[in-house]
Design a protein around this ligand. Structure first.
Ligand code: GDP
Ligand code: IMO
Ligand code: MG
Length: 432
C-alpha cells in the first residue's frame, strides 16, 4: 500500500482538520508528519467543535489509529490540554494514539526564546504563534534537541537542565528581565511546573518507532493518510522566507516526517480555500484592504484557531496554487469555504502576477521586497445560500462555473467542495 497525503496549498488554515476527519473512515491510520502546536485544526460535528494542535484529526473515529510522527514537535503542556478537551467531549484517547519516540520536545525555554527573538525583530517580526516552533527545530537541526524517547532515560533531568541553562544564557542577553515574561498567561516558574506535570501525561502515552510501525502497516495492506500542518506557502524552503514556519510542509516533508520512501507516496490531496487567507507577516499579493476583505473575514470567521488573531483575507491566487501543485505533486484538490462567497456579486481570481514591468506566472525569488500586482479575471458570484445543497448537481450554475474554471486553470480535478464547517457540509463532486 501507499501513503496518501493531505496538505494545505495556501498559507494554512485551509480546513485540513475538517477534511481529514471526513476522509478518516476510509483509512486505518492517520499520521501527522510535521509542525507542532502552531497548528490549529478545527473539526465540527453533532453541534460539537474541537480544535486539535498535535493530535491527528482522525481521533474521532474509534477504529482509526492516530500517529504523531517523528517530524512533529510536541509540547507536553499543549498535548495534555488537547487530551483533556477531548475527554470533555467524551472522546477517550488511549490505544489509538501513538507517538514517535523520535519526535522532538518543545521545552518551556523554547517558548521564551521564541518570544525574545520575535520581539528583537521589531517591525520585521514573523508573526509567529510563539509556540516555540523555530527554537525547537533549530535545536533539532543543531543536534541539541531532546526527543520523546529521551523522557524514559535516567539522564533526562540532566539533559533538560543542560538545555535550560544553555537557553537561559541566550534569553538573558535578549531580555535581562525575562522573568517577567509570561507563557500562555503563566509566569515562567508556573509554566515550567505545569509543563513538568504534563510530562507525566506524556509518559503515560504509547510511544513507538513510528517509521517501522507505518512501513509494516503498509506491508500488511493498511491504509494510511498523512495529515499536513500549515500550508505550502509557509514551507521553510519554498515559502516567502523568512516569513515562514520552520518545517517542510510539502509532500517531501511526509517522507522525512514519517520515514516513508518517496515511491510509497500515493494520492496527494491539496486543499485550498475558495479565496485566500494568511495570518502573520509576509507577502500576500491578493490581500484585500477594502470592504470585500472585511466581508471575507466576517463571514468566514477568519480568526486564528490557535491564537485568535484576525486573518488577512484576499482573492484566490492561481500562481501560488500552481506553484503549490508543482511542489507537492497534487493529484486531487478540495475547495473549502465556498459558502463564504455566497453574497458576492462578483468573485475575482488572480491568474498571473505583474512585477518588474512584466507579466509572469512565477513567484519572484525576493517576494518580500518585490511589488507584485496581481492580474485578475472576474467571474460572476452565485448569490445564493448553499445550506440545503446535498449534491454537486444542485450547485448554482455560477458556482459550477467557478469550480470548472479553477480546475481548468490548474489542470487538477476538485474532488470535494466544502460548503460549511460541519462534517456534513461536504459535497463530493463528479470526480469522486
Ligand atoms: P486547518 O488548520 O487547515 O485545519 O483549518 P482551521 O481549522 O484553522 O481553519 C478553518 C476554519 O474554517 C475552521 O474554523 C473551520 O471550522 C472552518 N471551515 C472549514 N470548512 C469550512 C467551510 O466549508 N465553510 C465555512 N464557512 N467554514 C469552514
Ligand atoms: P494550521 O496547521 C496558519 C504562521 C504564523 C506565522 C508563521 C510562523 O492550523 O494551518 P510559527 O508559529 O510557525 O513560528 O509561525 O506561520 N502559521 C500558521 N498560519 N495556520 C497554521 O497552521 C500556522 N502555523 C504557523 O502565523 O506567520
Ligand atoms: Mg489552522
Amino acid at each position: 500500500m501507499k501513503v496518501d497525503v493531505l496538505l494545505g496549498l495556501q498559507w494554512g488554515d485551509e480546513g485540513k482538520g475538517k477534511i481529514v476527519d471526513v476522509l478518516t473512515p476510509k483509512y486505518d491510520i492517520i499520521a501527522r508528519f510535521q509542525g507542532g502546536p502552531n497548528a490549529g485544526h478545527t473539526i465540527e460535528f453533532d453541534n460539537k467543535k474541537f480544535v486539535l494542535h498535535t493530535i491527528p484529526s482522525g481521533i474521532f473515529n474509534k477504529n482509526t489509529t492516530n500517529v504523531v510522527g517523528n517530524g512533529v514537535i510536541i509540547d507536553p503542556f499543549v498535548i495534555k490540554k488537547e487530551i483533556e478537551n477531548l475527554k470533555g467531549g467524551d472522546i477517550e484517547v488511549s490505544d489509538n494514539l501513538l507517538i514517535s519516540k523520535k519526535a522532538h520536545l518543545i521545552l518551556p525555554t523554547h517558548r521564551l526564546l521564541d518570544t525574545v527573538f520575535e520581539k528583537a525583530k521589531g517591525n520585521k517580526k514573523i508573526g509567529s504563534t510563539l509556540k516555540g516552533i523555530g527554537p525547537t527545530y533549530t535545536d533539532k537541526i543543531s543536534r541539541n534537541g531532546l526527543r520523546i524517547g529521551n523522557i524514559e532515560n535516567s539522564d533526562f533531568d540532566t539533559k533538560y537542565q543542560e538545555a535550560r541553562k544553555r537557553h537561559l544564557k541566550t534569553i538573558i542577553q535578549y531580555d535581562p528581565s525575562y522573568e517577567l515574561l509570561t507563557i500562555d498567561g503563566l509566569s515562567f516558574p508556573e509554566y515550567e511546573k505545569a509543563w513538568m506535570e504534563a510530562l507525566e501525561v506524556v509518559r503515560g502515552l504509547k510511544k513507538i518507532n513510528s517509521e517501522y510501525y507505518l512501513n509494516k502497516a503498509l506491508d500488511n495492506g493498511q491504509r494510511v493518510l498523512a495529515e499536513g500542518a500549515q500550508g505550502t506557502m509557509l514551507d521553510i524552503d519554498f515559502g516567502s522566507y523568512p516569513y515562514v514556519t520552520s518545517s517542510n510542509t510539502t509532500t517531501a516533508g511526509t517522507c522525512i516526517g514519517l520515514g516513508i520512501a518517496p515511491a510509497r507516496i500515493g494520492k496527494v490531496f491539496g486543499i485550498f480555500k475558495a479565496y485566500c487567507t494568511r495570518v502573520g507577516s509576509g507577502p500576500f499579493p491578493t490581500e484585500l484592504f477594502d470592504n470585500n476583505g472585511q466581508q471575507l473575514r466576517d463571514i468566514g470567521r477568519e480568526y486564528g484557531s490557535t491564537t485568535g488573531r484576525p486573518r488577512r483575507c484576499g482573492w484566490i491566487d492561481l500562481p501560488a496554487l500552481r506553484y503549490a501543485i508543482m511542489l507537492n505533486g497534487v493529484t486531487e484538490m478540495m475547495m473549502m469555504k465556498a459558502d463564504v462567497l455566497n453574497l458576492f456579486d462578483q468573485v475575482k481570481v488572480a491568474t498571473a502576477y505583474n512585477y518588474n514591468g512584466k507579466s509572469s506566472d512565477e513567484i519572484p525569488f525576493d517576494s518580500v521586497n518585490t511589488e507584485i500586482i496581481p492580474e485578475y479575471e472576474t467571474l460572476d458570484g452565485w448569490k445564493s445560500e448553499l445550506d440545503s445543497i446535498e449534491d454537486y448537481e444542485q450547485f448554482p450554475q455560477a458556482l459550477k462555473k467557478y469550480v470548472a474554471y479553477i480546475e481548468k486553470q490548474l489542470n487538477v480535478p476538485i474532488g470535494i467542495v466544502s460548503v460549511g464547517p460541519d462534517r456534513s457540509q461536504t459535497i463530493f463532486t463528479k470526480h469522486t
